[in-house]
Design a binder for this molecule. Sequence first.
Ligand code: B12
Length: 432
Amino acid sequence: MHDFAAYNLWMRPIGLLLLYGFLSDLGHDVHFVDALFPTPGETAQYELSWPESKKYHTGKLPEERIDKPAPYKYVPRYYRRYGLPPDVLRERLKRLPVPDCILVTSGMTYWYPGVRETTSILRNIFPAAAIILGGVYATLCTAHAELHAGADAVIAGDWQAALPKVLEQKYALKVSGADVRRELSMPPQPMLYPGTGFGVVRLTSGCPFRCSYCASGRLSGAFRTFPPEQVERQIVSNVERGVRDIAFYDDALLVQTERALVPLLNLLISRGGDCRFHTPNGLHARFMTPGLAGLMRGSNFRTIRLSFDRIEAPGCSVPKARAGHLENAVASLVKAGYEPGEIDVYTLVGVPGQKEEDIVETVRLIRGLGVRVKPARYSPTPGTAYFEEDCRLLPALRTEPLLHNPTAAALWGFESERYDRIKRFAGKGTFS
Ligand code: B12
């Protein structure tokens, strides 16, 4: 992955893990490689940083400085490759049996140079294997990926719909007859990440809201929940193998809680144990209730992040939460036993057209509740209403996903100095 900054905040390619589960269950010989994470052996042998050495098994990924591509020439920041150095990745790949087919995932749209570098390494080592790309970049920038990612096939959206056909028709790999809806079959993560202390799960898919800055609708389709018992089994299978921290990857964990989160929390509470839970993706503050907060506290949720956006720009989205919702959410969490300083609140900063006064007022409001502000930089994302407006300001966004990077977006939509000023204000409550 190539970026200006990256950190292991419980980072896992959950889509690829599901695919691994699906194909192994069908009896295929599947091997899993995550080029971001070294094994304990590689960490020692190549003196790489261990990405789980900070609090709750988060940490710094191995990194090395690389040249900036042309669109980033004017960004005054170092650019880096995160994850395994290419030679270490090559060594790892050479130990695998020669595959028929390689399934590659992709994260943020602006990480495509890392995808391209990886496919070129894969091609070099396994020239006869078919390379199929999926994931966020493949879904949101399909035409770009077809031209630039170096894959033989690019699959947009859920793999369930398209992958079985592509595997069978193009590559004669047998997957028919499989129940592709059984997508929750995910392997215990320590099986694929030796020595890991964290895992990721998700209890729901998609989001019923269509906020103007978020592509969840395009990526995940209609909102649905998964059976809480299945997610509990996944958690237990990880915990039994040494995992102590579990992060939820849901877009909308607090939606339809009566059939998903509440039963899961009750199961976790009755099971007991010392596993900690985290919600790195912002929760909808308006759905937090005293009852839910009590259950989250009781089941050992440690990282609680809420979202609070009050974007007043033209084409304004429905705010994720209004001030009253945030106050109620914080009050519920505090009543359940959380210290205000343990609660983080994301607020979106840098939407083109967003007024600095509005952000300052929002930050003041959040700080006034005693909780921590986490300004989240805006990333223009294809498939959203805001993206269409952004393209009017900068048409090159349509053809160059590197410009979606929040650090680079600062240069055309919202200058870095303004962002830095707001970040300081968010931390200290003053502009000094
Ligand atoms: C969880 C999450 C996070 C987590 C973890 C992210 C991570 N790096 O692992 C946290 C909270 C840390 C995070 C942070 C950020 N995120 Co985020 N995040 C998500 C979220 C909600 C889920 C991603 C996910 O795992 N989905 C679940 C799995 C199942 O989906 P999937 O991996 O895409 O797989 C599906 C398909 O793509 C397919 N598939 C996947 N791989 C493959 C491979 C093959 C071969 C095939 C056939 C199919 C296939 O199958 C799966 C479906 O069954 C998405 C929104 C979304 N709904 O996807 C945003 C999203 C990816 N994030 C986004 C953004 C903007 C960010 C931040 C920049 C926010 C900020 N300003 O700080 C940061 C960047 C941090 C970083 N450097 O990583 C944007 C992407 C923007 C972009 N331009 O690409 C998204 C799309 C949200 C949005 N705004 O619309 N994020």
